[in-house]
Design a protein around this ligand. Structure first.
Ligand SMILES: N[C@@H](CC=O)C(=O)O
Length: 368
């Protein structure tokens, strides 16, 4: 049996941090040996510092692990980061400068030209961007990001279609679960029996990230997909699972059967044996009232995107509904799959588990 690599979690007490702990509990390649959170939690046993919110028990070894200060000294070299963007903007570069592979779920650096924004099934070929990062050149460290939870399910559904038929325009309207806002998130009095048609910065993120993800690696940078995209984002009283109604205009005509076939044939990671990769990343369901969050979000262990209600669109060419689990495929699971593909590519540096000293006093400037 291979030895598991030591990994740490930055922002371990939050909702996404908890998902990392849950998904890594029996991971065959990675073992959580270090947890960090805010100063308030530092020095306490994790079980005391965190309000565990998931429906599987908090693992005993994690409950007893002391929360470390969020500094790179003594941290392992592989860091999963579940930080708010403002904190990530300061902290992730410090860890990368100290030689860590920072596998981030934060929005802070997703759109930076030198930082890969990756869904392994969609654009693993963008990963060489890490070689452009100054931290990589100085200390071996780097930042790799996964997209916003509302972009992942959508992009998984669009990729096989873009490849075969080209996409010129996309209209998407989301119905996003409350867990996407973290804990305590949206006040119960605001969301119960209600829909909130605003999620700060979400439409912008969904629009720009989707085009970067579907963009082309030109050997030095990513050219975003030249398509029009308009997004509406809404918060709905659903616990987990982001649902999106999508209309698309294609470059080349396609029949309903051809679109379904494109989704069914889509298995770009087949044969890679990545532990978190679903066998079928996009599952098409033909029942007229599916997908639904409660019934479909756990397809592929929460890592598959479910597509249904495919029908002609009178404005564009086709319309459909897509659903994905926002805190598994849309957050922690996405980052873990990024780490798995990096490991497969030999980019999760082997060797010492302690970090090297930071070579730059201003790690953010190293990206400029
Ligand atoms: N911004 C999303 C969370 C996913 O990244 C949301 O609010 O649902």
């Amino acid at each position: 049996m291979r030895q598991r690599r030591k990994v740490g979690i930055l922002g371990a007490t939050g909702m996404v941090g908890q998902r990392f702990i849950q998904l890594l509990e029996n991971h065959p390649w990675f073992e959580v040996t270090w947890l960090a959170a805010s100063d308030r939690s530092s020095g306490k046993p994790y079980g005391e510092a965190a309000k565990w919110k998931l429906d599987t028990p908090l693992p005993h070894n994690i409950a007893n692990m002391l929360v470390s200060p969020a500094i790179p000294q003594a941290a392992p070299k592989i860091i999963f980061a579940a930080l708010d963007a403002d904190i990530a903007r300061e902290m992730e570069p410090a860890f990368a400068a100290a030689g860590c592979a920072v596998i981030s779920n934060s929005s802070a650096f997703r759109m930076h030209p030198d930082v890969p924004l990756v869904i392994p099934e969609v654009n693993a070929d963008h990963l060489p961007l890490i070689e452009e990062q100054q931290w990589r050149k100085a200390s071996g460290g780097y930042i790799v990001t996964n997209p916003n939870c509302s972009a992942i399910g959508l992009v998984l559904a669009l990729k096989p279609i873009a490849e075969r038929f080209g996409i010129e325009a996309i209209f998407v309207s989301t119905m996003q679960a409350v867990s996407g806002a973290g804990y305590p998130g949206v006040a119960s009095l605001d969301i119960l029996g209600n829909v909130v048609p605003f999620i700060k910065n979400e439409e912008e993120k969904l629009q720009e990230e989707t085009l970067k993800l579907l963009g082309r690696w030109n050997g030095r940078a990513v050219d975003p997909l030249a398509a029009k995209l308009s997004a509406h984002c809404n918060r709905v009283p659903v616990e987990d699972g982001h649902m999106e109604c999508v209309s698309i205009k294609l470059s080349k005509k396609a029949s309903r059967e051809e679109l379904i076939e494109a989704w069914r044939d889509f298995s770009p990671l087949a044969g890679q044996a990545l532990p978190s990769a679903p066998a079928q990343p996009v599952e098409f369901v033909s029942a007229e009232d599916r997908p639904q969050p409660r019934l479909d979000r756990m397809r592929g262990n929460g890592m598959a995107s479910t597509v249904g209600r495919l029908r002609p669109c009178s404005l564009f060419d086709w319309k459909f509904t897509v659903l994905s689990h926002n805190t598994i495929r849309g957050a922690a699971g996405a980052a873990i799959l990024n780490a798995e593909i990096l490991e497969k590519l030999g980019k999760l540096d082997p060797g010492s588990d302690s970090v090297v000293a930071a070579k730059s006093n201003d790690p953010v400037a190293a990206l400029a």
